[in-house]
Each structure stands twice: as C-alpha cells, then as structure tokens.
Design a protein around this ligand. Sequence first.
Ligand code: S3P
Length: 174
Amino acid sequence: MKSNKIILIGFMGSGKTTFGKKLASKLDLPFIDSDLEISMNENKSINELFAEDGEDYFRDLESTFIQNLMKSDQDFVLSTGGGLPCFKDNMEVLNQLGTTIYLEMSPQALLKRLENGLDDRPLLKDLTENELLTYISQKLEERTPYYQKAKIIFPGINAKKGSEIDSLINRLNS
Ligand code: S3P
C-alpha cells in the first residue's frame, strides 16, 4: 500500500467511526478516533470541553493532535471530528499526513443518521427538530470546500457495501 495512514473526514453523522473501524480491520491497521483521543487526554467529554473550555480551546487541541501524529511513524486509520479539517491549516496537514478520504453524504441522509445522536454533540444538542436540517445544510455548505480537498471522495452511502469497500482498498493499494 502507498500510504498506511488513512484519514477519514466528513460531517458529523457521516459514519466515519463505523466505517473507519471496518476499514481498519480489513487493512489490519489500528483505528484511532480524534475525539476519543482528545477526550481521554483531557479527561473530559467533548460536551464538557466545549462547555468548560470553549470551542477555540477544543480546536487548538485538534490541531495539536494532528501535528503530533506528523511526528510519529505509526500507521493507522484515523477518524477525525467533523470540524477538524475546517480550521487553521488542518486540511493541508492531513493531506501531508496520509491518504484523506471524504465520506460524502447529503444533508437529508445526515439528518436521519444524526437524530438519535444529538446529546453528545455540543454543536447540535440544543437545536430543535426544525432547526436541525437548516443547520446541517448551512454548515455542510460552509465546510464542503475543505472536505473536497480530500484525496479520495467516497459516497457515504457505499460505506456498507462490501464490493465498494473492496474497490476503495484496491484504490488505496494502487
Ligand atoms: C464536531 C464534530 C464532532 C466533535 C465535536 C465538533 C464538528 O465529531 O469533534 O462535537 O465541529 O463537526 P463527530 O464528527 O465525530 O461527531
């Protein structure tokens, strides 16, 4: 394989963690989740970090986290928080680090997947049902230019199809 550092990016709810674990097991690589690592290092949940320390502090932690990965020669499949590629020069850093894959999904599909996962997402947890689709659509539009800098764009809808995953793996190997 060209690069043994695979980085999944995409909006909240696009399936980065589920798909990342599947990909990591198929490629026999360790799976890392940026939110989980940051939360463990700080000994706080993502909600607590946003509420007690603020979003800017969290964004600094995200940048430091990927800068540190640049110093390591460890191989991995990394799932990143939905906002991580969209702050500072993080997207450039990720593209230098390894093979970035954008899990692309429509606002409607994201809404369906997010409806049951609002409580642990500080940016969504206080929105009403009516506000949610508008928020997702606007945020996704704002973030798409960053996500589209990924080396590979993979339709999230295919993330459950074995044949599509195999063809993605072939692409990673070529
Ligand atoms: C965020 C996405 C979350 C988490 C934090 C902020 C964002 O990660 O990093 O709540 O700005 O989109 P997931 O994409 O894993 O939900």
